[in-house]
Write a protein of this length. Structure first.
Length: 608
């Protein structure tokens, strides 16, 4: 993995491909490359490093070609070197392939191809695809790709061009997303819609097991079994402006400051004050299951898993139904207790996370009702579920999730309210929750006004090597998320714990060089957290506290305080996480880190 873009049309291809790669940089990558058709042979250029380096290398080449493919790579097989970058070619350099995913039987295929006389030049799994196509090519590129893929085990989203087919791109998908763009007289393929939006909003999402042949007249889609598929044209709803920085220094900062708007989008049209409940159209067909459910499973990865932990607290409090939160990568490889009386919620910003998709399918196989909480309309998880709720956060470009996280929490609060009203919550209590929900976007805006204050705090801590984040109840998962954000973008070691667990191990680490971030708001466990703060101070630990506005008691004990407005306990994570996002952001920027593209990370993880 990570990013694919291809073009066929009437315009010079290189600027379109380079611009497309730039719009895919947010996904995270370590090398980039391009392959275009020319009358004298395929022109292939690839480099380790940034797209800007590839752009510089292409500037002086007078290339008039109007067809080509390009790629940004996140290394799986082989180090991030020029040689291992995509595209990869066959022995004769007549076929070029870009690929996202993992070929699981690549070692066996490499041995097979060597016995057939092929000379493989890289450490990658992708290269075997180019040679398999060459081995099976008899004049029909689409047929050769189809036969090659029949010999492959694993996941792929790929695009192929050939010197013998000057006006055709062949692409295929299995477990790694591909989008086709229809611009009328020009056509595109990409791993997501970002490179396509500047040119057309008309797209087709390939399904697993489908191949497409793209020519000057459009695309034909068939299955691996050669069944023809009628393309379903969909229209992209978001605008180009939503994937631009719009004056902010980074996408991450822009997305942090977008949260008042994205939270309003998450609740718009979904609150029913009269009945004290939520209206979620994507769950309409499942009210009977929601009422009768005996256990709930929430699955996700990384930040989505943290949102799921908060959802567990919400759902159990409001429905009295037992909830388990599972790492998607673990769920699929054990024998979970899931049946027809189970609802499984799969949470994924991209809707393409391989582990989450596999967990969802495993849950469905065992009889569960599978519901999705996704951001990307038309994504694989959105289409694979029985129903679900979109979070409507808009494109999230920063690799470290911010606005999607808070929107996921907000949607989980709406689901909890809906299910709670079906089971245990009165109309009056439901109305009270709605009133609190409606205040959240403005309260987030208030916290964002503390940005300079938080930056000043970051100035005192950005050189530290370790952090501890502590919270209790609803804010224990927020402590985990705060630690994750700091790790992701600043590369500082950080751990999140329940505050009471500190004395069972982490307290051994505390000294004057260990900053401890406490979420110490006025909730039902405030007094307990206050005791934990004293334990840290007595060992010379430095405390940064997220506090409730106007809390003089905390301010008298702690030098570094970041106040947040008061809300009901179940909604506090929506507020407490905002200062932690800003703290991580400012620490990372003070260290000179690239917050939008942290090392080794990818936005959409489509491999195991």
């Amino acid at each position: 993995m990570c990013g694919i873009v291809g073009y066929i049309g009437k315009k010079p291809v290189v600027p379109i491909l380079i611009e497309g790669l730039k719009r895919l940089e947010y996904r995270g990558y370590d090398s980039a490359g391009i392959a275009v058709y020319s009358d004298t042979g395929l022109i292939v250029q690839k480099v380790a490093g940034r797209v800007s380096r590839l752009e510089d290398l292409m500037k002086d080449q007078q290339i008039r070609s109007k067809i080509g493919i390009a790629h940004t790579r996140w290394a799986t097989h082989g180090e991030p070197t020029d040689k291992n970058a995509h595209p990869h070619t066959d022995c004769k350099g007549r076929i070029a392939v870009v690929h996202n995913g993992i070929i699981e039987n690549c070692n066996a295929l490499r041995e097979y191809l060597k016995q057939k006389g092929h000379k493989l030049r890289t450490e990658t799994d992708t290269e075997v695809i180019a040679h398999l196509i060459e081995e099976n090519y008899e004049g029909n590129l689409l047929k050769a790709v189809r036969i090659a893929l029949s010999e492959v085990d694993g996941t792929y989203g790929l695009a192929v061009i050939s010197l013998d087919h000057p006006r055709e791109i062949v692409c295929a998908r299995n477990g790694s997303p591909l989008v086709l763009g229809d611009g009328g007289d020009e056509f595109f393929v990409a791993s997501d819609a970002a490179p396509i939006v500047p040119h057309t909003r008309q797209v087709v999402y390939l399904e697993d097991g489908e191949l497409a042949s793209i020519t000057d007249t459009g695309f034909t889609i068939t299955t691996l079994e050669e069944k023809e598929i009628t393309p379903k044209i969909e229209e992209i709803s978001w605008t180009l402006g939503q994937i631009e920085k719009e004056g902010f220094s980074s996408f991450m900062l822009k997305e942090i400051f977008e949260q008042p708007v994205t939270l309003r989008n998450a609740i718009r049209g979904r609150l029913n004050m009269t009945d004290g409940t939520a209206r979620l159209d994507g769950l309409d067909r499942h009210h009977e299951q929601l009422e009768r459910v005996e256990n709930i499973v929430i699955t996700g990865c990384g930040t989505a898993w943290h949102a799921g932990l908060i959802g567990e607290y919400m759902l159990e409090e409001m429905t009295r139904v037992p909830v388990e939160v599972e790492y998607a990568s673990e769920f699929r490889y054990r024998s979970p207790v899931v049946d027809s009386k189970t609802i499984l919620f799969a949470i994924s910003q991209s809707g393409e996370t391989t582990d989450t998709l596999a967990a969802l399918r495993e849950g469905k196989r065992r009889g569960a009702t599978a519901l999705g909480i996704c951001n990307v309309v038309g994504s694989t998880i959105a289409r694979a579920t029985d129903g679900g709720v979109y979070i409507h956060a808009g494109p999230e470009i920063g690799v470290a999730s911010t606005k999607a996280f808070t929107s996921q929490i907000m949607v989980l609060s709406l689901i909890s309210l809906l299910m709670g009203r079906m089971r245990t919550i009165s109309v009056d209590k439901g109305r009270g929750i709605i009133k609190a929900i409606e205040k959240i976007p403005d309260q987030v805006g208030q916290i964002l006004e503390l940005d300079k204050r938080i930056k000043d705090i970051a100035q005192d801590f950005y050189k530290k090597k370790n952090f501890l984040f502590l919270g209790r109840g609803y804010n224990f998962p927020v402590a985990l998320e705060g630690a994750l954000k700091l790790k992701e973008i600043s590369y500082i070691h950080a751990e999140g714990y329940p505050a009471a667990e500190m004395k069972h191990g982490p307290i051994a680490l505390i000294d004057e060089d260990m900053p401890v971030v406490f979420i110490a708001i006025r909730d039902c466990v405030f007094e307990k957290v206050l005791s934990n703060i004293e334990e840290v101070k007595s060992r010379k630990g430095v405390v940064i506290a997220i506090t409730t506005e106007g809390d003089k008691e905390i301010e008298s004990k702690v030098k570094y305080c970041i106040p947040i407005p008061k809300t009901i306990d179940i909604l506090t994570p929506l507020l407490t996480v905002i200062p932690l996002q800003l703290l991580a952001y400012h620490i990372a920027t003070l260290k000179g880190c690239d917050v939008d593209r942290p090392r080794n990370l990818a936005k959409s993880v489509t491999v195991e």
